[in-house]
Design a protein around this ligand. Sequence first.
Ligand code: GDP
Ligand code: MG
Ligand code: ZN
Length: 277
Amino acid sequence: MNGKIVRLISNLYTVKCGENLYECRARGKFRNEKQSPLVGDDVLIDEKKHLILSIYPRKNELYRPLIANVDGCLIVTSVKKPSLDLHLLDKLLSLITFYAIEPVICFTKVDLLSLEEQELIADLKKYYERIGIRVLYNTEVTKIKEIIKNRIFVLAGQTGAGKSSLLNRLDSSLHLATDIISEALGRGKHTTRHVELFLIEEGFLADTPGFSALDLKDIDKFSLRDTFVEFEQYTCKYRDCIHFKETNCKVKEAVENKMILQSRYDHYVQFLKELEK
Ligand SMILES: Nc1nc2c(ncn2[C@@H]2O[C@H](COP(=O)(O)OP(=O)(O)O)[C@@H](O)[C@H]2O)c(=O)[nH]1
Ligand SMILES: [Mg+2]
Ligand SMILES: [Zn+2]
């Protein structure tokens, strides 16, 4: 029978075949082949012996969390408490774009802002949308569900940004613990390997926050440059212009003319310097 692995606790996999769930173990041969099934894998199982027999080819695999076939990442970004962190947002956008996964920005806690502050967030939303990134508010449950539909998404974002609350909003039967305190108390749970995909209507969302421990150091400077997708439309004097110390740089001109957001460019230069170190 064909199915998808939706949960792994210690060495026990839960495989979803249509509407049914099967608890399976991985066949011994995987260990010899130094391969192991991952959450997100499409697999062939022997449903009577409760064994995973083989893994279908993967589109990609993430290490944190360990999930295969990831289509997108919801970057849960709080605008207050914790305050808006555009440096982190741009870093996550670059990382996710580099891994060829679709980033989607999800702003939370806009209700804590004054109307004036809300305008600033709306402007920011427009900028990121203009460069081709989808941006939503956590209140837009229907739109978020549409994006996840038939795909696998992971969450990213700081502690307290509202990731668990978002999952609860998407599926009120989940009752996930929210708040920093309950999360801190739950730390012990992470000693066993536990990765789980929640079925949100017809899509999957991982409960484990991804990307937080990753950084950009494995990326070369040209790849970093290319993750800033809005730079691509400018043709500089030098074809391999890195838009930093070069003269006649159209990207730097665009920053001066406010066509490119100053914070985006500043973060780009900061990441570039981190790579050079
Ligand atoms: N006012 C407000 N509070 C929120 C919102 N989303 C989450 N919270 C609160 O922020 C705190 C942290 O949320 P949680 O979901 O645990 O964050 P996580 O660490 O990213 O999983 C909790 O007290 C939530 O009730 C929101 O949109 N507005
Ligand atoms: Mg949480
Ligand atoms: Zn340039």
